[in-house]
Design a binder for this molecule. Structure first.
Ligand code: ATP
Ligand code: LTN
Length: 338
């Protein structure tokens, strides 16, 4: 038995490729945290269904997302890396949690309010409304202690903590109350063409999005076309110089050099030098990852074997927890036929 703290995190398979923000804001940190934690990483395909997806694409996007986790250094032997829908206990526990979640409480979730406002509240689904209780199920099934997420998910982890406490006091000690570990704000990456908007997998235009699976020449071209400003100074100033600041953040993440050291090294140099340096650093890291991901995708049977084994490992933890929950709330156990 491992005594390292249990960690759980996930990402939606909402595109073919992950973007540089997913890498810097999530994968890079997951890779470091898997060393000292008993980590579980999930491709949350059920969550992706909360907004319309193309059924012809979703399964492939799920495979591709898993391949990119591995290519970026998530170790499916040490950590558990699995697909959410392969472990039915997630939907089953989510239902139970729905029954102890207040309608008003769920209505206060800002991600729901934002996403519903974007699609028009009437066309938002009940699934989108219940997104946070499915996320709570993901976390609580595994006795998770540590939940690394971006700032935007903090409210969902707070809800998860409230639900765990509520369940425990109504039905007896069952769940571990988890802690959010908020990823560094300095790891937030912005769109290269619109450097005040967060870079996102589902951006309307992909001109300012750097994909892990882009060909190196495309990546370099996008970075060299990044929007900057009319000034000439290479200095971090998020308000006055969002484009240059974004490039410095990216370079800092890929080289492990603090931003002030980078600023110093660019004294007397121009934006062209900065962009070339960033493009080289990103390509040097992403090219081998892209190659590895494509290799994994060329052998779907091997990838499926990995995902199948890992789903079994997840199931072995989740199923007994679900059974305890069913007992605690008073569901009749299914008689086993002999
Ligand atoms: P979507 O557009 O489908 O919402 P997304 O690219 O915004 O996708 P998510 O799937 O919501 O990404 O998030 C996955 C992880 O990547 C989260 O941990 C999130 O904090 C991180 N992440 C996403 N975009 C960025 C970004 N621009 N900068 C830093 N981290 C990011
Ligand atoms: N909602 C998260 C993805 C997610 C998650 C989780 C993160 C689903 N289930 C459990 C941590 C723990 C997101 O959009 N980044």
């Amino acid at each position: 038995m491992s005594t390292a703290p249990r960690l759980f995190s996930g990402m939606q398979p909402s595109a073919d490729s992950l973007q540089i923000g997913n890498y810097i804001g999530a994968l890079l940190q997951w890779r470091e945290m898997q060393v000292t934690n008993d980590a579980i990483f999930c491709v949350v395909d059920l969550h992706a269904l909360t907004v319309p997806q193309d059924p012809k694409l979703l399964a492939e996007q799920t495979r591709k997302t898993a391949a990119q986790y591995i290519a970026a250094g998530i170790d499916p032997e040490k950590s558990i890396l699995f697909v959410q829908s392969h472990v039915p206990a997630h939907s089953q526990l989510a239902w139970i949690l729905n029954t102890i979640t207040g309608f008003g409480e769920a209505s206060r979730m800002t991600q729901f309010k934002d996403k519903a406002a974007r699609s028009g509240t009437d066309s938002a689904s009940v699934g989108l409304f219940a997104y946070p209780t499915l996320m709570a199920a993901d976390i609580l099934l595994y006795d998770t202690v540590v939940v690394p997420v971006g700032d935007d998910q903090k409210q969902h982890v707070e809800l998860t903590r409230d639900l765990a406490g509520r369940f425990n006091s109504r039905f007896g000690e069952t769940f571990v109350v988890p802690e959010a570990v908020i990823m560094k704000e300095t790891a937030r990456i912005y769109d290269l063409q619109n450097p005040t908007a967060k870079m996102s997998k589902s951006a309307a235009s992909d001109a300012g999005v750097v994909w892990m699976l882009d060909e190196p020449a495309v990546t370099a071209k996008k970075i060299k076309s990044a929007v900057t400003d009319d000034d000439r100074e290479i200095r971090f100033d998020r308000g006055a110089k969002p484009g240059v600041s974004n490039l410095l953040t990216i370079l800092s993440a890929f080289t492990d050099e603090p931003v002030p050291v980078l600023e110093e090294s660019f004294v007397g140099k121009g934006y062209g030098d900065l962009k070339t340096t960033v493009a080289d650093a990103v390509v040097a890291t992403f090219e081998p990852m892209r190659t590895r991901a494509l290799e994994l995708l060329e052998d779907p049977a091997e990838l499926d074997r990995i995902l199948g084994n890992n789903a079994e490992r997840a199931l072995a933890i989740a199923q007994p927890k679900l059974e305890t929950v069913y007992d605690r709330v008073g569901l009749l156990r299914r008689p086993r036929s002999r």
